[in-house]
Design a protein around this ligand. Sequence first.
Ligand SMILES: [Zn+2]
Length: 489
Amino acid sequence: MKVYNTLSGKKEEFLPQGDEVKMYVCGVTPYDDAHIGHAMSYVIFDVIRRYLRFRDYKVKYVQNVTDIDDKIIDRANQRDIPPAELAKKYADSYFEDMDALNIERADVYPKATEEIPKIIEVIQGLIDQGFAYPAGGSVYFRVRKDPDYGKLSHRSLDAMMSGECAVGGEEKEDPIDFALWKASKPDEPYWESPWGQGRPGWHIECSAMSLKYLGETLDIHGGGQDLIFPHHENEIAQSESFTGKKPFVKYWLHNGLVQLGEDKMSKSLGNLVTIKEALVKYGADAIRLFILNSHYRSPLTYSEEGLEAAEKGVERLLRAVSRDDPGGGEAFDAESYRKQFVEAMDDDFNTAKALGSLFELANAINQAGDAGVSIGKAQGTLTSLAREVLGLKLPRTFNVEVSDGILLRAISEIEIEVDIKKTIEISAAEAKSWQFDTRKPTIGDLIELRQQFRKDKKWSLADEIRLSLDKKGIILEDTPKGTVCKRKR
Ligand SMILES: [Zn+2]
């Protein structure tokens, strides 16, 4: 398996330190709703993690939450609410979006505000070793003390001096130095420290948290290309200076950024599309497929046409996995498609190529099915690759008849919200109090769930699902062939 490492600028053989891959991805600063740029980054690292697991690695995945920051404080002041309240609101909103996009939760989400002791410990260690110095209640990192500073972004100190990081600060020894700890201004949240009341800088959080939860050396550190400099460069400087061990990270993986037309999608340009806005128009599977249809290191141009095409792509996959298996006789062998898929993913997670082989497999399944060849096993291969690796939710294959593509459209248009995993085990009494506002299973999921209830003779629960669908304009009819789904006209 090969991965492109930003540090070396080359594709390298992937050799983690041990059986468990230690993976860290920079998380959000929750001061607003997450946008498509976040969706791109977190979908990609979700797929990378799923693929590693598919290749039999164990993965420990840590993602921080920067729940204290200038942006949070400014926004909270504008709204006249405490910064912690604002951060909580948007962190909740972020998790809602991640769940809706079927992005698996990280193993740990350390929050900056809950990790202050570890952060102080690392800063103190850097001071003790001469890599950092307190000044005016803040603490700064002595960039020129680190001989290979700039190795990730491939920039020289001179180039940086003219760049964005060399902002003044009278108390700094050198304008290129950056803050590890910031003295708090009046009316700002603060924590006590050996240097006075203040709060951590953004870069040191990631060094402290990755050290605490994953140890001194990470296998994979991910993030968007916009984080390479100065954020990741600073993380390397801090971590390697603190531990004395190199490398801090074996493989640096960076995703391309989302563009809208020619422009980068960004807050400052005011052209952001939030995940919630996109989910109103498109299904989660379509958004994932749209993202995975180009290479993760390339820029992704957001477009309605691209998303509509992705929606059709999802339908094509769905059709292939949910069509009836003629059964018996000769069986269609999907192994060569599976191999192509794995080869593509092994080559620096080429999801676009991997998806290509899934679409070829879908076509082949349709042809084989038309020719009366048994396709059940091939459908299983297609479903498992799409689900386990690419994280698409494609509803399971069961006897649902598609009339005029109505069900397929319905799946992407209407989402009924209920926590599927919980519902399978809940009692009838609990079912009565279903909250239709947490998760978003598809209609296919609900039909399957209803069949499960009927099998278990839980008639009232089964009926409840039928009635809820009925309220959304979807009629279920049980026929000898299976459940038929129709839309009310
Ligand atoms: Zn970070």
